[in-house]
Ligand binder design. Sequence first.
Ligand SMILES: Nc1ncnc2c1ncn2[C@@H]1O[C@H](COP(=O)(O)OP(=O)(O)OP(=O)(O)O)[C@@H](O)[C@H]1O
Length: 284
Amino acid sequence: MTGIPESTASVALACDGLRYAFGETKAVDDLELTVRAGEVFGLLGPNGAGKTTAIRCITTLLPVPGGMVRVFGHDAAKERMAVRRLLGYVPQQLSADAGLTGRENVELFARVFDITRRERADRVARVLEAVDLTAAADRLAKTYSGGMIRRLELAQALVSAPRLLMLDEPTIGLDPIARTSVWEHINAVRAATGMTVLVTTHYMDEADQYCDRVALMHRGRIHALGTPHELRSELADRRRAEGEADPKPTLEDVFRDVAGSGLDEQGGDFRDVRSTRRTASRVG
Ligand SMILES: Nc1ncnc2c1ncn2[C@@H]1O[C@H](COP(=O)(O)OP(=O)(O)OP(=O)(O)O)[C@@H](O)[C@H]1O
């Protein structure tokens, strides 16, 4: 942990001792996490680490049975509607309707968020433009590529102008060009609006490149936290002290070092991108 005191104004998300269990399985186990306003924060971990469960608690889709979650100071257990209004959420599962056009999909979300009729068309057009889907807006989503669908889902989440955008594995199953495009759009919107982004990913190279800070989660807890550079440098220093000549650890090396052999016991892997979740095939 960084140990830097955070003023309330600069904190987008605070989890304090968050716990969530499915029966005997402690999915989230005393999670301590602070995400600063305006940063892109990566929550990383192997399959089953507890990332999605934590995200569901933060988004109020699951209750908060133990500990505390605050989004911009609002208690996720007691002020659920206030928290929901501040959040945009792109889940792992498909959230676009293949039988609607891109524009209709985003309009649906605008209605759910009670955006007035007068404002709606303009807002929908603006977020479609922000994710580069203006030209394809009136085509059915089932004709979109995997990358376009992810950008459409991004537009759906952005239409309510969230202050905290939560993305659960936004680039899973996409080719490298589509992955870069999704990240470029996330970054452009962040630069334009100052929103905070919390993202989970199994792609360590993406986390290294695009996240301001990352937390390495394993078995429901955070085991390391810092900028990707800090985490890599710490491991390099340790390896150098152990006699390695010119260590150049990757973020994946850091995670293997933190999680140890437990990773293999769990059968989890950072690159375990299940083909069944391929975005394109989910829609087709
Ligand atoms: N609905 C559920 N019922 C029972 N156990 C569950 C349920 N959802 C998750 N779990 C268990 O809780 C633990 C955390 O799962 P979770 O999906 O939060 O992990 P994750 O880090 O998001 O994994 P992935 O990277 O595969 O999405 C795992 O042991 C999982 O098997």
